[in-house]
Design a protein around this ligand. Structure first.
Ligand SMILES: Nc1ncnc2c1ncn2[C@@H]1O[C@H](COP(=O)(O)OP(=O)(O)OP(=O)(O)O)[C@@H](O)[C@H]1O
Ligand SMILES: [Mg+2]
Length: 305
């Protein structure tokens, strides 16, 4: 079968709405909104945009509603060069939204409205998009229905499609047992250190990564924040130092890392180099506000290759 895409993402699509407020209101309290900013997000979606900027052929499996947010999400993908034909459009319901409320001290409260993200059934997925790719990159959904669909899809994938997974905290909380159907089919798993602890139960990430390899994962890349990453495939293991940059906003750093790491794998780079490229793409992301603004283009990455 012809592989049309390098990576197809499959995860929640959200519009992030960040409200600056005078205070975060408690029960029976009232506050007011000072300003509001909107940006397109979703973990897998950010990673896919990162890969598009690096010149990869990418598409997405997800769901939006027939509303303003759904249109924003599709328009943004189109602008970035992401193929959007695999995205399901619901007649009814709301597109996914994440509302963040930040007070003058910088404390925040978050509310996730998953909307139609949580209603994806296996039958409505266009398998053309899931099957004609080198990598299928999975990230979390809040509800069970779309998680069940991911499990079913992973079960039915042809041999040549490699699964990559960034569990995020939501899926890490399911533990190794709950996530086993995805983990056992996973080629590359990219948790941060907290998620790895939630998954495997131990604080030692070298031992945790080992445990995942024993479950059948081929490559584990552990994101270590300002300490960079730890990468292993069972034969070789490396700690790769982070780039020293001025941190503006770490939102989306993990998603950017995944884009860089997958770019390395797609281009047959060594394991260590993949870790370096992951760190590099993440470092550019955190130098700008938001999850996507700093994602580099291929020319910038070439300095490193
Ligand atoms: N202060 C920093 N300086 C340099 N690089 C950083 C810094 N913080 C994060 N990074 C880079 O970003 C990558 C991912 O960050 P982190 O480990 O925080 O992932 P994460 O918790 O999954 O992020 P996210 O909150 O986006 O999900 C790290 O592996 C590293 O390469
Ligand atoms: Mg993360």
């Amino acid at each position: 079968m012809k592989q049309i895409f390098d990576v197809v993402g499959f995860g929640a699509l959200n519009v992030d709405k960040l409200y600056k407020v005078n205070k975060i209101a408690g029960p029976e309290e009232e506050g007011f909104v000072i300003s509001c900013e909107e940006a397109c997000g979703g973990s897998a979606a950010n990673t896919i945009v990162g890969l598009a900027r690096l010149g990869c052929k990418v598409s997405f499996i997800g769901k939006v509603a027939n509303d303003r947010e759904g249109k924003m999400l599709l328009d943004d993908f189109r602008r970035e060069g992401v193929n959007i034909k695999g995205i399901i459009k619901a007649e009814n319901g709301r597109s996914g939204v994440v509302m963040g409320f930040v007070d003058p001290k910088g404390e925040r409260a978050l509310y996730v409205d998953p909307g139609v993200n949580d209603t994806i059934s296996f039958e409505e997925i266009n398998l053309e998009y899931a099957f004609k790719t080198k990598f299928l990159h999975l990230t979390s959904f809040v509800g069970e229905k779309s998680f069940e669909t991911q499990k079913k899809l992973v079960e039915s994938l042809p041999e040549h499609v490699k699964v990559s997974l960034d569990p995020g905290e939501l899926y890490a909380r399911k533990g190794c047992k709950g996530l086993e159907p995805l983990i056992s089919k996973c080629f590359v798993l990219m948790p941060n250190v907290k998620e790895l602890t939630l998954l495997t139960g131990g604080k030692d990430y070298v031992a945790g990564a080992e445990k995942l390899l024993e479950m059948g994962v081929k490559i584990v890349a552990v994101k270590l924040g300002s300490r960079g990453c730890y990468v292993t495939d069972g034969e070789e293991s490396h700690h790769v130092e982070a780039f020293r940059v001025e941190v503006v906003d770490t939102t989306g750093a993990g998603d950017a890392f995944c884009a860089g790491f997958l770019y390395g794998l797609l281009n047959n780079k060594s394991l260590k180099k993949c870790g370096e490229i992951g760190n590099f793409v993440a470092s550019r992301c955190i130098m700008k506000m938001g999850a996507r603004a700093g994602l580099p283009r291929l020319e910038e990455l070439k300095l490193l290759l």
